[in-house]
Design a binder for this molecule. Structure first.
Ligand SMILES: [Zn+2]
Length: 538
């Protein structure tokens, strides 16, 4: 422990009464309904089918490029979202932060020595305001003083609540009691992203499921005329890409903010990027309370300013969203809005209205990069394009695999010690698809070998995701070690490659439970994609 709580308590008491005077702010609304969804990225809500969110955006305001703080993980971002402060002020640096184990002292303290949240501030400045909290991820509650809530339902060591349970209870309680602040934090969206990927239909479906429940709630609120003095805010702690987050891609950094309700300009597209900590400042501004001066969040004024010509056009979704498709497989492009036109390119250039207009599913004839954009009412999708890297098998498969069954260890084997393989064959991609194993089969090991053709010498980055362990070896040198019995984990590595042929090997083993393997690469500075079959030879 780095700080005595008793001293902090005194400082906090001085602080809260001394500096944090009740301000003269006029509240803009009596109630705020604040819904946060873990890892619901900006691009995720655009790709997913979300009639409720679309309705709220059309009749309210939206920001698609609000940024979260780095690194793009949960603890520091929830804390920034609810305090209005950056990491350097609130001191929650990451998921390993604990109340008695931290490196940065909070710049201000509440009565239990933590940086004051908007909840503390509301409790202090509006003692009679009712505040209800519903939190799925138990880790979140270690950062807040949970005693300030009039009602709090949250997962802890003894009991975990599901997203649906919490949403249903939160909505029922709001309809019954109409608290001044309803705070809901949902985690299932993050789990789904980790499990099946942030580009998977399952992740989009998970967002759609949340959208549906919010929709039923909004319908009831409107039927009962309960939104005339309330504002709904829907946002996320961070985004995600592939099977995780924590990095600096825009997919991970950008989160949506949707605002709907009293005073919010109908159809307002927020053109200026917000920060995640502007959320707390906006809640404070709406309810007429003032955050500590250590906060840096700003009220999202833009949501209340006159409408401009900008409007929400979601990025299109390309199906199937995967690396390898069969030759002749049909590609479909959809967009989650009425009346938008879709344009796409197949040559790696950014699409515009001059590109190919999408009129219906088309067949893929060769490996290519598809990029698509939607266009509506003079506006393009904000995200420039949506990528699909497609590898269509050309000629004979070039990746040899050797499969060994009944391998029952917790780490990769020494493949040179194995005898005759149980199966040998060739595949077009470094994946498990096409191996002679059942989808639920456990306990086996595989080594893949091929020759990678590099046209341009330079530094290449590789991503290797697997459940369980895997290893990437190029020209006998280990580039990525992702070994061990674990759930889907992505590891990264770089290799300086000369132009010409390079021996590439991927080792993999499945312990038990889920199984997956994915290899991506790109020259440094480009977005990684699967290796095209045309880039490999036997
Ligand atoms: Zn996560």
């Amino acid at each position: 422990m780095k700080h005595l709580l008793t001293i902090s308590t005194i400082i906090a008491a001085l602080f809260l009464t001394g500096c944090c005077n009740k301000n003269e702010n006029t509240p803009r609304a009596k109630h705020v309904i604040f819904l946060g969804f873990d890892a619901m990225s900006s691009i995720g809500i655009q790709r997913a089918t979300t009639p409720t969110f679309n309705y709220l955006i059309e009749n309210g305001a939206v920001s698609l490029d609000t940024r979260c703080v780095r690194e793009t993980s949960s603890s520091q971002n929830w804390m920034s979202m609810v305090t209005g402060a950056p990491i350097e002020m609130h001191g929650v640096t990451g998921n390993d932060w604990e109340r008695d184990n931290y490196s940065i002292e909070p710049a201000a303290r509440n009565s239990i020595g933590l940086f004051p949240t908007m909840f503390d501030v509301i409790r202090e400045q509006k003692p009679d305001a009712k505040m209800y909290a519903y939190i799925e991820w138990s880790g979140e509650t270690r950062m807040y003083d949970m005693t300030v809530f009039d009602k709090a339902l949250y997962s802890n060591k003894e009991k975990g609540y599901s997203a649906d349970e919490l949403l249903q209870q939160a909505f029922a309680d709001y309809l019954a009691d109409e608290p001044e602040l309803l705070f809901v934090s949902i985690d299932i969206t993050d789990h789904q992203g980790h499990e099946t990927g942030h580009e998977s239909q399952e992740y989009f479906d998970c967002i759609s499921h949340m959208d549906k429940q919010v929709g039923e709630f909004v319908k009831k609120l409107e039927e009962r005329d309960m939104l005339k003095d309330a504002v709904i805010i829907i946002t996320a702690d961070h985004g995600g890409i592939h099977y995780g987050h924590g990095g600096d891609s825009m997919e991970e950094l950008q989160i949506p903010v949707i605002m709907y309700g009293k005073g919010v300009t109908k159809g307002k597209f927020m053109a200026h990027a917000n920060m995640i900590y502007d959320n707390a400042a906006t809640v404070a501004g709406l309810l007429g309370v003032e955050l500590p001066r250590e906060c840096r969040g700003r009220f999202m004024q833009e949501a209340f300013e006159p409408k401009t010509d900008l409007c929400y056009v979601p990025v299109p979704l390309i199906h199937p969203f995967k690396g390898v498709v069969d030759k002749g497989e049909k590609v479909t492009i959809t967009v989650d809005t009425e009346g938008a036109e879709i344009y796409y390119t197949l040559d790696g250039t950014a699409p515009t209205k001059e590109s190919i207009r999408y009129t219906g599913p088309f067949e893929l004839k060769e490996s290519c990069t598809i990029q698509a954009i939607a266009y509506k009412n003079g506006n393009y999708s904000l995200v420039a394009s949506n990528f699909l890297y497609t590898a269509v098998p050309e000629g004979e498969a070039s990746i040899e695999y050797k499969l060994y069954k009944n391998y029952n260890e917790k780490k990769l084997p020494d493949f040179t010690k194995f005898g005759k393989a149980d199966a040998v064959g060739y595949l077009h991609a470094f994946t498990l698809n096409g191996l002679p194993v059942a989808e639920t089969e456990d306990h086996y090991a595989v080594i893949f070998s091929s020759t990678l053709q590099i046209d341009e010498a330079g530094r290449y980055k590789f991503e290797l995701a697997s459940d369980d362990g895997s290893r990437l070896i190029i020209d006998g040198k280990e580039i990525i070690n992702n070994d061990g019995s674990h759930s889907r984990t992505t590891k990264y590595g770089v290799a300086d490659l000369t132009s010409g042929s390079h021996i590439i090997k991927v080792e993999y083993f499945e312990d038990h439970g889920g199984q997956s393997l994915e290899l991506r690469y790109a020259p440094e500075g480009k977005t990684p994609r699967p290796i095209f079959p045309s880039e490999l030879k036997r």
